[in-house]
Design a protein around this ligand. Sequence first.
Ligand SMILES: Nc1ncnc2c1ncn2[C@@H]1O[C@H](COP(=O)(O)OP(=O)(O)OP(=O)(O)O)[C@@H](O)[C@H]1O
Length: 298
Amino acid sequence: MSSSIQVEKVSKIYRKKIALDQLSLNIGENKLTGIVGRNGVGKTTLLKLITGFIKPTSGQIKVLGLPPFNQLEVSEKTVYVDDHMYFSPSLTLQEILGHGESFYPNWNMELAQKLLNYFSINLKQSHTQLSKGTKSTFNVIFGLATAAEITVLDEPTTGMDLSVRQDFYRALIKDYIQTPRTILLSSHHLDEIENLIEDVVLIDKGNVKLHVPIEELKQYAIAITGEAKGVREWADHMNVLSEKKLTDASITLIVQNSDANKIEKAKKLGFKVSAVSASDTCVYLTDEKKGGIEDVFK
Ligand SMILES: Nc1ncnc2c1ncn2[C@@H]1O[C@H](COP(=O)(O)OP(=O)(O)OP(=O)(O)O)[C@@H](O)[C@H]1O
């Protein structure tokens, strides 16, 4: 499969802060990819670089074969949606849609109007008049209506209530099936998007920690609970992601799930073997090991 986004050894430094550090990433054409990671690890910076809003300090980015910064040819095939999208306060939502239609070659006005009608958003209002959640809903509708080849949704559900979020995810997947395109969806709630996305990119400290199919991430780690000494001996030479002390005598180890025979052996030894969710795996993979929040209150 050819790549629609190629990021090669890209760094972004804001004054002295290194936001991205020689990050490389290839995103295949028409993939729906989740971008996840803790606060401040560089997700928004990466997405703004891909959509040409900012320029890399070093390294190379190609989107649909071209460097995206200051490139009109890329702009009209790209949309970046977040909760800071700016539209002139003098325009009504209807007029904003009109501008969208004149800029984006594949603009889908019918979809925009049907979704706005479904969410009961009055088109005579201005963008500044909308509540936080409704603003986010309008922004994602705008983003979907562009049908842009590269659609980037950066935490698009900020402020939406649960029912709107669920409707949005359903709309996104239906629209993606009808009009396949490359979609990057960043979220702090992997559990909410794990059934939508094909691949997941986990960002940590300005770099890609993991880029795998979501089904692989769901199987990536396993929890083993039992008598501390025995569990530790069993886990010798394994990739241990985290250790939790339960009592003086028992522990849970989170280990990389790489060897089916080892897991069978753990069961035979009487240890409890349980699944670890994709979102918990991301937390374990990026844990700073500073102890828990409880330590703050000691
Ligand atoms: N304009 C800026 N000037 C200075 N530092 C910045 C700027 N934008 C981002 N940063 C810093 O770069 C780092 C990465 O920020 P970024 O917004 O890309 O992270 P993020 O993963 O999207 O975070 P979050 O999940 O909290 O939205 C952070 O340390 C942030 O403080």
